[in-house]
Design a protein around this ligand. Structure first.
Ligand SMILES: NC(=O)c1ccc[n+]([C@@H]2O[C@H](COP(=O)([O-])OP(=O)(O)OC[C@H]3O[C@@H](n4cnc5c(N)ncnc54)[C@H](O)[C@@H]3O)[C@@H](O)[C@H]2O)c1
Length: 264
């Protein structure tokens, strides 16, 4: 824990916590003093992250969660409250892996899955989390959108539309729950060096980073720790004057080459 723990006495639940960005957020939240519930549809992945945190001397617990199922979301919030006494912080990170394909090629099942996990999942988790946060005297919701929620990309109608919906859903959460001292913000990451993002269109992470890097003002793709740093800011009182808005962590992509001429 650092000299000044930003999340001391917080209890955080991170969906998709077994994944790459979710795992980094769990580790950073724990390092900043939060007790962390690592929630993922893969209990094995969630347990791995939770064990790593516990081995570092911080507080964590794993839970199996399917964000598309209301009862599962309600149970995960109850688990957090039962295990750590309250819930103050929700990070909505889980997302579906949607195949590339334009509207003609993309199946209705893949379209529905993207919306069920990426949008309905965030709605359901927020629905149950705000009740616990209200009881805790307030809280913060940090939802992962994407730079692709701001622009269109070829072959990604479901992903882009669902991430744009996340931006709007979060604004409404901020408006409706401000009276309970609950803030809600999104992070829109650009391309982050992860397995999922790389292997969608490239053979390896190395190849993905080599091709994508030059499209970013900073000359490289992002690191999961850089998204975790943004999530920590939004979860902490450092961002107390920020709600209903978006933190664009995209290495300058949208300012520089964020056009469909250069779809990386
Ligand atoms: N990697 C990038 O370049 C990038 C860029 C912009 C936005 N994002 C967003 O960041 C988030 C994390 O992405 P990542 O790259 O770490 O992916 P990842 O695949 O490593 O993590 C996603 C996690 O979500 C879990 N999950 C899937 N469906 C679930 C469900 N129904 N219920 C609960 N958990 C479920 C998966 O098991 C996985 O652990 C996603 O919202 C993604 O859209 C990623």
């Amino acid at each position: 824990m650092g000299e000044r723990a930003l999340l001391a006495s917080r209890v955080a639940l991170v969906t998709g916590g077994g994944g790459e960005i979710g795992g980094a957020i769990c580790r950073r939240f724990a390092a900043e003093g939060a007790a962390v519930v690592v929630a993922d549809i893969s209990l094995e992945k969630a347990q791995k992250v939770a064990n790593e945190i516990k081995n570092s001397g911080a507080n964590a617990a794993a839970v199996c969660l399917d964000v598309t199922v209301a009862q599962s979301c309600s149970d995960a919030v109850s688990f957090a409250v039962k295990t750590f006494g309250k819930l103050t912080t929700l990070a909505n990170v889980a997302a579906a892996a949607t195949p590339l394909g334009d509207a003609e090629k993309l199946s209705l099942d893949d379209w529905n899955k993207a919306f069920q996990v990426n949008v309905t999942g965030q709605f359901l988790m927020s629905k149950f989390a705000v009740v616990a946060m209200r009881e805790a005297g307030g809280g913060a919701i940090v939802s992962i959108a994407s730079s692709h929620g701001h622009i269109g990309m070829p072959g990604r109608p479901a992903y882009c539309a669902s991430k744009a919906a996340v931006l709007q859903l979060t604004k409404c959460l901020a408006i409706d729950f401000a009276k309970y001292n609950i803030r809600a913000n999104t992070i829109s990451p650009g391309a982050i060096d992860t397995e999922r993002a790389a292997l969608q269109r490239f053979k390896s992470r190395e190849e993905a980073n080599r091709v994508k890097g030059p499209a970013y003002l900073v000359g490289r793709t992002g690191k999961v720790e850089e998204i975790a740093a943004g999530a920590t800011y939004l979860a902490s009182d450092e961002s107390a004057f920020m709600t209903g808005t978006d933190l664009l962590l995209d290495g300058g992509y949208l300012a520089f080459k964020g056009t469909t001429d250069n779809p990386v």
